[in-house]
Design a binder for this molecule. Structure first.
Ligand code: NOJ
Length: 514
């Protein structure tokens, strides 16, 4: 069986948004090496039976891409229609929200041609005009280029937003101000995905996974229903905002987050693919803080147990787990105190926006300690040498000072480390088809401390018990005919009496019931 590696942002980029602003889709960012290095990497991975999935960032390019440099030169430039322009004599275009803009506006005025261009993300990330067939052809040719090299698939960055109503009307009332929902329902989105499938994806043995911004349980099948011949998988965002204040930028809700809501979300998404299609599951990636800080507990006493518990969750759900590097070590948020430590445009520009509006900057920085993306982007911790063995150069972000203790070298030596637990869980999942394909059934839905479910296939059943709390918690194991067989336990102790298990804080147990 192949493993998969998803490698992001390796294309040439001025790095306004950590590589999500591409200036050459066929070049490798100089910080990462050369095309020769890439070819060697791909070959080496294939020799080791690891697949390589690249990031396809084609909702927008960099403003330093030659297409945009040409496009902005004149209104009659052959590349003009590669992007979305709005001539200023028509008046101001109707508002579009930008994720990274200091003023929150996705239209940037460009005096060279007296026109505005559209950028859903930063002003250095102009949106490509998918309604132009030439743009689509350029993108498909570029995909061919990478597939011919042998890459194994694409993760498709904000692919849900590629199609736009180019009359740019006021936001229709039915979206109630929700721009993300609107962006994900462009008029020709599915036409383009079908076209891409027909022209490119269907010609190769590859996988595609959509970043499903704005995709809901109602719309998911439109992307991944096999009969529609569009994409293979998507990942949703519903879980990611849990515990944030509604409408606020990654700000923790002082009321906290509830486990029952968490269960509701993941159970609902399981049911979407129960009969048809296939889901994904993740708790961390380069756009999220560290999994253990956000969903577990990174206090020294609980960091290891809760990291392992979350790993147990990810590897026992019916979906393809997307597991973010560093989480297998239990790396946690760095929690910067000052804005100067951040490199992420999202945090920096939101800070500036608040500054201009006279907002509460201290409150914002406090929240970012939990939620900022840079928390998940600090250098990987290999060993206890300088810069955690990550580089001899100067890393772009500070190394988490806990690297002396939390690193691969130390965890390799410890059979009970978070890393070795991760390995055991991967092996277990691969060896038990019920953990991959088995039916998921939620138990004790209203329990605010324990997430319990079973996975069953062909008369085999495994119970998963996850204590998401800091308290000792009793749970009654459903009666079985045979004896209970504990397949996995993330901590040293086990307390089961008469089918009642007393779970330690953050304990995770896998118990065979049949
Ligand atoms: C989603 C990517 O994952 C994120 O890192 C990036 O900032 C935006 N899309 C814009 O490309």
């Amino acid at each position: 069986m192949f493993e998969c590696l998803h490698s992001t942002h390796v294309f040439t980029s001025p790095n306004d948004d950590n590589g999500y602003d591409i200036s050459d889709y066929r070049g490798i960012m100089k910080e990462f090496g050369t095309m020769k290095d890439f070819d060697e990497l791909l070959k080496g991975m294939h020799q080791r039976k690891i697949k390589l999935v690249l990031d396809l960032v084609v909702n927008h390019s960099s403003d330093e891409h030659v297409w945009f440099r040409e496009s902005r030169k004149s209104r009659t430039n052959p590349y003009r229609n590669y992007y979305h322009w709005w001539n200023a004599e028509k008046g101001k275009p109707s508002h579009r929200y930008s994720f990274f803009d200091v003023e929150g506006s996705a239209w940037k005025y460009d005096s060279t041609t007296d026109a505005y261009y559209l950028h859903y993300f930063s002003e250095k990330q102009p949106d490509l005009n998918w309604e132009n067939p030439k743009v689509r052809k350029e993108i498909y040719d570029m995909m061919h280029f990478w597939f011919k090299k042998g890459v194994d698939g694409f993760r498709m960055d904000v692919i849900s937003a590629i199609s736009k109503d180019t009359t740019f009307p006021e936001l229709p009332a039915k979206y109630k101000g929700d721009y993300i929902a609107y962006y994900a329902e462009g008029p020709y989105l599915h036409k383009y995905l079908k076209e891409m499938n027909e022209k490119i994806l269907s010609k190769y043995d590859v996988i595609s996974v959509a970043e499903g911004l704005g995709v809901t349980t109602e719309t998911a099948h439109k992307f991944v229903d096999q009969e529609r011949k569009e994409l293979d998988m998507l990942y949703h965002f519903e879980g990611m905002g849990l515990g944030y204040l509604p409408g606020q930028f990654r700000q923790m809700d002082p009321k906290g987050k509830s486990l029952t809501d968490f269960k509701k979300i993941y159970s609902k998404w399981d049911s979407v693919f129960a009969k048809k299609g296939w889901g994904t599951i993740y708790l961390g990636n380069h756009d999220q803080p560290r999994m253990v800080t956000r969903w577990g507990n990174d206090a020294p006493k609980y960091r290891e147990a809760s990291s392992k518990m979350l790993t147990t969750f990810l590897l026992t759900m019916r979906a393809t787990p997307y597991y973010y590097f560093g989480d297998e070590l239990g790396m946690n948020n760095i929690k910067f105190d000052k804005i100067e430590d951040y490199r992420d445009i999202e945090t920096i520009n939101y800070y500036r926006k608040l500054q201009n509006e006279g907002g509460d900057l201290d409150y914002f920085l406090q929240g970012q300690k939990i939620s900022a993306r840079d928390n998940g982007r600090t250098p990987f911790q290999w060993d206890d040498s300088k810069n955690a063995g990550f580089t001899k150069g100067k890393p772009w972000l500070k190394v988490n000072p806990n690297y002396k203790k939390i690193n691969v070298a130390a965890q390799e030596k410890d059979p009970d480390s978070v890393l070795n637990y991760f390995r055991k869980m991967v092996r277990l999942r691969k060896s038990l088809p019920e953990l991959i394909y088995g039916k998921y059934e939620l138990l004790d839905r209203d329990n605010e401390k324990v997430y319990a479910y079973t996975r069953a296939l062909n008369k085999k059943k495994v119970l998963v018990l996850l204590n998401f709390s800091t308290s000792l918690t009793k749970f009654e194991i459903p009666k079985t005919s045979g004896s209970l067989n504990v397949l996995m336990n993330n901590i040293a102790s086990l307390n089961i009496k008469n089918n009642i298990v007393t779970l330690e804080p953050y304990q995770a147990l896998l118990i065979r019931l049949k």
